[in-house]
Design a binder for this molecule. Sequence first.
Ligand SMILES: [Zn+2]
Length: 198
Amino acid sequence: MSVNDTPSGENDREGGGSSAASLLPSLFPERTPMTPPQLAAGVEAALAVQRRAVAFGKRPFAAVLLGPDNETVLLSHQSVDQVNHAESSLARLAYCHYDKAFLWRCTLVSTWEPCGMCTATIYWAHIGRIVFAGSNDQLYELTGPGNKENFTMNWHTRDVLKGCPQKDIEVIGPLEAEGKTVVEESDKYWSRTRRSSG
Ligand SMILES: [Zn+2]
């Protein structure tokens, strides 16, 4: 059955036979799988940006864009403020610099799990893979409730992408060892801003 034969819009969204990749294969070139050393190096590159951001008074969030070789850092971005997050800012920048087919083979590596806004921006920027070290649940524990520097959301990256058959963006994370490092380093900032639990 072709898309045009589908009796209702619901069926072609769930049937799997009309994904964007099958209709526009040139925009979905094959991606090279990431190795564990490449994952670790990517997170370390993002963490270096995060350390610099915190030194300049910013919140501990940062991301880098890796090229199709999974190693070359093409762009990086820190969190600017509460509406200009590291990942969405980086995704917009990436889309200005590169075309869709190239970005599909790239990876956005973030120290923390991208929020709903950032995940959606990465989706629209057509970046083919997301890697994150610390989870949103871990972030909520660090920031605590009522933290004016970050009212952490309760959405997960996979929640935002779930059920969308158009693009199979690969999501890798949280990462246990790298996440532990990110949590420890980020807590130096959040421990100063969260409300006392006692
Ligand atoms: Zn975000």
